[in-house]
Design a protein around this ligand. Structure first.
Ligand code: ATP
Ligand code: MG
Length: 484
């Protein structure tokens, strides 16, 4: 094996019970290369990463390692919330008598600086659990950078990063590549892959279908065809599905928001999808108010002519609010319940129905068919699902409820290109039934394609202006939100 080879794997297999996650996978990873690992939801990417990082063992196949130093950034965050940022970052490397707080703090500063977070809100002494999701993801990445590994496996590291943070991460990845480190990047965003990766390996149903192809030699349409086995109409699921008409808001229907400090008012008619653009703070504080989580009354809300001040998320859900958290592992999934209960939990709250009724099984089946997870055993625990399939279960939760308002935080996070298209259509149909949808995303292009209007937030978290999506573009949005 050449000295440049970090991993060479042939014919790798792995099953979970009757599920064949990897059937025949080959992959070769070299030093000084950013290697994209691509595939639809459930294709086997995370399973392969688990094996390459030696967190799990394959059932069969031959794997040769040219290094022992492999670090991994997991798809679902593996942050220890009670520990400080410095402890989280140095936990694997600084142990025993050599560990001092000062060293850990210095090392933390060093890697955060690399990620452009040197003087930001993430401090070595910050308790990790108090950070926002994208900041936790940065800590997780910083831990991998700090490990001194020769091979770094990044499983959807950009899923909750802002555009700005993603840009900085990519600069770091390029610098590591120049030092001869090998990198594997999983992402469902083809434009990101094109920005940084050199080569791609594509998995479909647990098999390698594209083996180490240079990205300069293969176009998106070919990659997507290999990924799904069929041609897709549009790469990246970018269907222009703007609301054709924006109904006039009326004071007795829809949602009316007033931000007291800036005086900004937003009147949303039923059936509209409003995009929220900018770093997470601003949208998060609006969502907290609507969810009844925040006592701070920066926002006033009126829904269907009545003041909206729920005392708790449960009260908000009973009054017709739906919510998909961006932090699905911590706030979305109930790991001790079955997949079926996870999909049905909002119905239970609203209708106080038992979960064992046959109608419920019927409802879950219908949702699974609509969202493309019919193959899943819904009585199993959610940990058996791939990241993207879990996201679909969380979406299913709100599909057949009498909703007034639906809050979405990055709902397509981790969802593959094909399902994204389905999801856009599904949310559009939901909106057309009269629901007000507030959709926060770090992907401006997604907001431009799905919403009729966009509320842009400044980096300080204040709402700034409401723009019609037909009269704006990506560059203008970036300018307004300061997220260049
Ligand atoms: N612990 C587990 N128990 C049972 N089945 C599992 C387990 N982990 C993964 N699987 C199954 O293995 C298959 C591959 O899953 P994997 O998580 O590797 O997909 P993925 O390519 O990472 O998808 P995604 O893009 O959605 O993250 C899926 O069918 C999944 O349900
Ligand atoms: Mg995965």
């Amino acid at each position: 094996m050449s000295a440049n080879v970090l991993v060479s794997a042939q014919g790798v297999t792995k099953s979970f019970g009757s599920t064949k996650a990897l059937v025949d996978v080959s992959i070769t990873l070299l030093r000084g290369e950013i290697h994209a690992l691509l595939g639809g939801n459930g294709a086997g990417k995370s399973t392969l990463i688990g094996i390459l990082s030696q967190n799990s063992s394959p059932d069969g196949g031959a794997i040769h390692f040219g290094t022992e130093k492999v670090a991994v950034v997991h798809q679902e965050l593996a942050i220890l919330p009670e520990l400080t940022v410095a402890e989280n970052i140095t936990i694997g490397t600084q142990r025993g008598p050599a560990f001092t707080w000062r060293r850990a703090a210095e090392e933390t500063e060093r890697v955060l600086e690399m990620l452009g977070q040197g003087h930001g809100e993430i401090r070595p002494e910050t308790i990790a659990g108090t950070l926002q999701l994208h900041q936790m993801q940065l800590v997780e990445i910083a831990r991998a950078l700090s490990s001194g590994a020769d091979l770094i496996l990044l499983d959807e590291p950009t899923a909750s990063l802002t555009l700005d943070e993603t840009g900085k991460l990519f600069a770091v990845l390029r610098a590591l590549r120049a030092k001869g480190i090998g990198l594997v990047l999983v992402s469902h965003r083809m434009h990101e892959i094109r920005q940084v990766a050199d080569r791609a390996t594509v998995l479909r149903d647990g098999r390698t279908v594209v083996d180490r192809r240079a990205l300069s030699e293969i176009d998106d349409a070919t990659i997507l065809r290999e990924m799904f086995g069929t041609a897709l109409l549009s790469p990246e699921g970018e269907h222009p599905i703007h609301a054709t008409t924006t109904p006039a808001p009326n004071s007795q229907t829809g949602l009316h928001l007033h931000h007291k400090a800036t005086g900004i008012r937003v009147d949303v008619a039923p059936g509209s999808i409003i995009g929220l653009a900018g770093t997470p703070q601003g949208p998060a504080s609006l969502f907290d108010t609507l969810l009844g989580l925040s006592r701070d009354d920066g926002w006033e809300a009126i829904v269907e002519g009545k003041p909206w001040r729920p005392r708790s998320p449960r009260a908000a859900v009973k009054r017709g609010l739906g919510y998909i958290s961006g932090d699905r592992a911590a706030k979305g999934v109930f790991p001790e319940l079955s997949i079926r209960d996870n999909a049905m939990i909002a119905r239970q709250v609203v209708r106080r129905v038992s979960v064992r009724r046959p109608s419920e099984i019927h409802a879950v089946r219908a949702q699974a068919a609509a969202l493309g997870f019919s193959h899943v055993d819904v009585e199993a625990p959610p940990r058996s699902l791939s990241g993207g399939t879990m996201q679909k279960v969380l979406i299913a939760r709100w599909l057949d409820l009498p909703l007034k308002v639906l809050l979405l935080e990055e709902p397509t996070r981790g969802v593959d290109v094909r399902t994204k298209t389905d999801l856009y259509a599904m949310i559009r149909t939901l909106a057309e039934s009269g629901v007000v949808v507030l959709w926060w995303s770090t992907e401006n292009r997604e907001l431009l394609s799905i919403s009729s209007q966009i509320l842009a937030f400044t980096v300080n978290g204040d709402p700034q202006l409401l723009v019609d999506t037909r009269s704006t573009n990506e560059a203008e949005l970036v300018h307004h939100t300061g997220t260049t």
